[in-house]
Design a protein around this ligand. Structure first.
Ligand code: GUN
Length: 284
């Protein structure tokens, strides 16, 4: 059975959201919304992600402040910077780009961010409010995936969603967001016994493992919806996702490409969270 696979254009959807956010900022009084981004070291992928975030901020009218600290920065210096930013009423959102160097205590750093400025939604408080079903700031990639599905009018309620990957920033919060949408959720990971049989039973598959071409067309059921979170390089150095895109065409009903699928949505959700943070600041 050959299926006409729809390729979900994440860039186009994110652009619509960004235009709406730009308009929202124009209507704010005062209009200033700002984001502080902290990068430690010179991870080349992180530098590209930050540049993209900066560009998107410029586009919608959010002022971004980028702090680049050397690789050998210690925990205390990062905590001191976060404290300054926490106390600066001109800064609405604070984001520390991950991954951090090995010698940095990631949990300590994330927890140091004022929860009212936690636009990444990585703090224990943000994750806890998601668990009890009353989310505030939610992690941008999972939130972007829910928005993508909704934008395509893909029903989530009652669907079996199989997530591959159990990270704190994608897999786990995504499971909770999908559960809040009344999906039946399975989280698979490196120790899962029979991944293919789990995938075959899925209506919606979301893969976030960081392994090039990990899921292939023969592992998915006809008409399933495939969301690819991975950003990898293949053996030829070409950007690719966790899903072998070409082999899923004709089998999946929907698929997200890499690049141009989930990535732009992550950034759009970050901008949305910054505006939310600015609106809280105005209430205090
Ligand atoms: N590294 C990879 N994805 C993310 C993200 O969404 N936020 C931050 N802060 N770091 C990341």
């Amino acid at each position: 059975m050959q299926i006409n696979t729809k390729i979900i254009d994440g860039t186009k959807i994110a652009n619509v959201i960004k235009d709406n956010l730009a308009q929202e900022i124009k209507n704010l009084a005062p209009k200033n919304v700002s984001l502080a981004v902290i990068l430690i070291g010179d991870n080349s992928a992180s530098k590209i992600y930050i540049k993209n975030k900066q560009k998107a901020c410029d586009y919608v009218g959010i002022k971004s402040h980028i702090y680049v600290l050397p690789y050998n920065t210690n925990n205390q210096d990062i905590l001191d910077l976060i404290e300054v930013l926490n106390n600066d009423s001109n800064i609405n959102g604070i984001l520390v780009q991950l991954p951090l160097p090995q010698h940095i205590n990631q949990e300590l750093v994330i927890q140091a961010i004022d929860i009212k400025k936690d636009v990444d939604g990585f703090s224990k408080e943000s994750l806890g409010s998601l668990i009890i079903g009353n989310p505030f700031f939610t992690s941008c990639t999972p939130t972007g995936i829910i928005e993508l599905l909704k934008h395509e009018n893909i029903e989530i309620c009652g669907k079996k969603c199989v997530i591959v990957g159990r990270s704190n920033i994608v897999g786990k919060p995504l499971a909770l967001l999908l559960l809040n949408e009344n999906a039946t959720v399975v989280i698979c990971h490196s120790k899962t016994k029979n991944l293919k049989s789990e995938l075959m039973s899925a209506d919606i598959i979301i893969c976030a493992v960081g392994k090039a071409n990990f899921i292939t067309g023969d592992m998915i059921a006809p008409k399933s919806i495939v969301i690819d979170v991975g950003i990898n390089k293949d053996e030829n150095g070409k950007l690719c996702g966790d899903v072998n895109f070409n082999s899923c065409i004709g089998i999946a009903s929907y698929i997200t490409p890499v690049p141009g699928g989930v990535g732009p949505m992550t950034i759009a959700m970050l901008l949305k969270n910054c505006i939310k943070a600015a609106n809280i600041e105005r209430k205090f």
